[in-house]
Design a protein around this ligand. Structure first.
Ligand SMILES: Cc1cc2nc3c(=O)[nH]c(=O)nc-3n(C[C@H](O)[C@H](O)[C@H](O)COP(=O)(O)O)c2cc1C
Length: 182
């Protein structure tokens, strides 16, 4: 089963990227997880898209189409999605007949330095999933709060409870993707 991870933070020491590394470690057998590059996408412009998707967009759409499911890991920026993540979703979802996300199952993880772990971005992302017709898994919800206290300087997740919920999440995601595919 192929899972494409899309990370909403571009920074090297991203907690969301660290969470992805842990999710990969604890994922069940049979999941092949690759990571989409979204940092080189231009800002969305319909005039550009009407003239033909730029190569970075063609690549992203192909990666999404060939995946059985999508795994989003994102910070919350100003109570919503980071622009880079929204930009990637905008490109890959247009034009409507070429919406690469159509009918894809997905899972959402957020990590934040704040107390709520990105709860608000998760619901904004779910709202976007409605329009692009993705099927987000409802539970378990993984919102990693106070990320500075949960990862060490090398990016290793040191919080056992978070590791456990990530493991449950990845097993559930596998079952969710199988269910939607059926
Ligand atoms: C532009 C910006 C807006 C932010 N807004 C929020 C916010 O609304 N809620 C929150 O919990 N954290 C917010 N933060 C803090 C992030 O949780 C923190 O920077 C986190 O480390 C980002 O994720 P990353 O480590 O994967 O890059 C914001 C950070 C930035 C740079």
């Amino acid at each position: 089963m192929k899972i494409l991870a899309i990370v909403g933070s571009l920074r090297k020491a991203s907690y969301n990227r660290m969470a992805l590394n842990t999710a990969m470690e604890v994922a069940p057998e049979g999941l092949e997880i690759s990571v989409a590059e979204i940092g080189d996408l231009p800002p969305y412009n319909q005039d550009v898209q009407d003239a033909g998707d730029p190569p970075s967009v063609v690549r992203l759409k192909e990666e999404i189409r060939s995946a059985d499911g999508i795994l989003f890991l994102t910070p919350e920026y100003n109570y919503s999605m980071p622009g880079v993540l929204k930009n990637a979703i905008d490109w890959a979802s247009r034009p409507p007949k070429e919406n690469a996300f159509n009918d894809k199952p997905c899972g959402i993880i957020s990590a934040s330095t704040g107390l709520l772990g990105g709860a608000r971005v998760q619901y904004h992302l779910r709202q976007t999933c409605v329009f692009v017709n993705m099927h987000p898994m409802n539970k378990p919800e993984v919102m990693i709060s106070k990320a500075t206290e949960k990862f060490d300087a090398k990016g290793k997740l040191t919080d056992e409870a978070t590791r456990k919920i990530l493991s449950t999440f990845m097993q559930s995601l596998k079952e969710w993707v199988e269910r939607i595919k059926r």
